[in-house]
Design a protein around this ligand. Structure first.
Ligand SMILES: C[S@@+](CC[C@H](N)C(=O)[O-])C[C@H]1O[C@@H](n2cnc3c(N)ncnc32)[C@H](O)[C@@H]1O
Length: 488
């Protein structure tokens, strides 16, 4: 039976104000302001009658030019990938050292193996609740090394284990690998809240994450959450079902924290004392970045997985809704804010996750460990032979997966305005220097002033039918010139 949540009924008026589509003017003002803060001055977001918003070139771009670097609104590393890569929880740069990356991965893999790999346990149908960008990922681990025994990453079949002391000496810095100084990484900064799940590349990132998202979602001593036990349950549920809930929690936390900040400034300016009534206009302001991105509820827009029969569609959508509801109740117990209670409505939560479902881009950051071993491989013969005496056993212990990159999913406000074409003029592409979690869009061919910047959401080299089938997940039929030409 379908669940009716009391919050949806109690705050019906305020929720519809939050979910009201922004006017063209609001969209224009928001994106104009955003563009001035990004490295993308030659762009403009405009309403494109047919497909909603679109991104247009305001300058000429040559093939290979950087069109846009977009900072994410919210993003996260996939839970299982946290075993393979230690990255800054805010900007997703690799941190520590090549030795720490390797030693930590081997240590956690061994923990996983000795704990008899608990990853295959019963959980919600995985394919059915992953977003497109996270398809095929396992999603069942939390970062705290004490908990990592539950699950190993995509560990290689053929690995030759290193002695425990060697793994430890890689982690604690006693063993320095040859030439690793050529690949320096920022030192690991701990979470200011004292949790062992978030790590940073700088005090700046730690502070930004704390102020924007993490203070409410931290499980450490100085957490500002309501109830840490409930928070741990929420995190565990997300890790066991779908880590997209961790991203949704970031958006809720971001909105609550921004609301509190805006309200405090407002009261101070007016010389008034604090009240605990919700100020809807302030909440609307805090919510604005999300209001520009959402479109449909998750359980309505999620594509029907191949293994679900059409006649079971209604049941499937109800299951997804129930799953989101369970997650939301756990989050509410953990961080609910009385003034912002309406944010904990299934309507709002469904729209936040729906926004990820339709817009998210894969978050990928290349591994310095891969660069390191390629460097060793390229050394002149005698140096290589000497270095490999030490590096070969390490490489053998890592096995085939030695070069796993940081993988996750993120919502990028400007990139999410880019429409699809099967003959795109731009693409998301990480250059050698793009070593963090920002989205990088590069021109594939010359783009002239006034032209719409398009990317392909799918593999554009697929045959016509397969392209249209893949695009059905995004809820539209492509009518780009290539599709019109190839349409049977
Ligand atoms: C990432 S958003 C792109 C921005 C979107 N136009 C907007 O207004 O926010 C993806 C959505 O845009 C629309 N869209 C993108 N490309 C399209 C195309 N070639 N034809 C029709 N609709 C398209 C679809 O509704 C799709 O789900």
């Amino acid at each position: 039976m379908e669940i009716i949540c009391p919050i949806d009924a109690k705050f019906a008026h305020q929720i519809s104000a939050l979910l009201k589509p922004p006017t063209s003017r609001q969209i224009q003002e928001y994106f104009d302001a955003l563009i001035t803060t990004r490295e993308c001055h030659g762009l403009k977001v405009k309403q494109n009658g047919e497909h909603g918003k679109g991104v247009y070139a305001e300058a000429e771009f040559k093939e290979g030019d950087l069109v846009l670097k977009d900072q994410m609104l919210a993003g996260g590393q996939h839970s299982a990938n946290k075993i393979d890569c230690l990255v800054c929880s805010f900007c997703f740069r690799f941190i520590g050292s090549v030795e720490l990356q390797i030693g930590r991965k081997l240590y956690l893999q061994d923990l996983g193996a000795s704990a008899n790999n608990g990853c295959d346990g019963q959980r919600f149908p995985k394919e059915s609740c992953q977003t497109d960008s996270s398809e095929g990922e396992d999603d069942s681990c939390v970062e705290d090394p004490r908990n990592l025994g539950e699950c190993a990453s995509s560990s290689s079949t053929y690995r030759t284990a290193l002695p425990k002391e060697v793994v430890e000496s890689l982690m604690n810095g006693e063993l320095v690998l040859p030439y690793s100084k050529q690949f320096p990484l920022p030192s690991v900064i701990s979470c200011p809240g004292g949790c062992r799940e978030a790590f940073y590349c700088s005090e700046l990132c730690a502070e930004a994450d704390w102020n924007l998202f993490h203070s409410l979602l931290c499980t450490g001593m100085r957490s500002k959450s309501l109830n840490k036990e409930a928070l741990l349950k929420f995190i565990q549920h997300a890790n066991e079902t779908n880590d997209i809930f961790l991203l949704a929690a970031k958006v809720v936390s971001f909105t609550v924290l921004k609301y509190r900040k805006l309200k405090a400034t407002n009261l101070e300016e007016q010389g008034k004392s604090t009240t605990d009534n919700c100020d809807l206009s302030i909440l609307l302001e805090a919510w604005k970045p999300v209001s520009m991105g959402y479109k449909r509820r998750w359980w309505e827009c999620i594509a029907l997985p191949d293994d679900v029969d059409c006649c079971d569609e209604a049941t499937f959508r109800l299951q997804i809704k129930d799953l989101a509801y369970t997650s939301l109740q756990l989050l509410k117990a953990a961080i609910c804010d009385k003034e912002c209670e309406l944010l904990f409505s299934p309507e709002i939560y469904g729209h936040i996750i729906g926004m990820f479902e339709l817009n998210n881009l894969d978050l990928v950051v290349a591994s310095p460990v891969e660069d390191y071993f390629l460097y060793i491989d390229d050394l002149p013969h005698s140096e290589k032979k000497e270095a490999e005496r030490i590096t070969r056993p390490v490489l053998d212990a890592l096995g085939e997966d030695y070069s796993v990159c940081c993988q996750g999913t993120a919502f990028f406000p400007l990139q999410s305005c880019m429409n699809h074409s099967c003959h795109p003029n731009a693409k998301a592409f990480k250059r050698d220097e793009d070593r963090d979690g920002q989205a990088t869009i590069i021109a594939l061919r010359p783009i002239s002033k006034g032209e719409e910047v398009t990317i392909s959401y799918i593999d554009e080299d697929l045959p016509y039918e397969e392209r249209q089938a893949a695009l059905a997940d995004y809820g539209f039929t492509c009518k780009c010139p290539k599709c019109l030409e190839e349409k049977p």
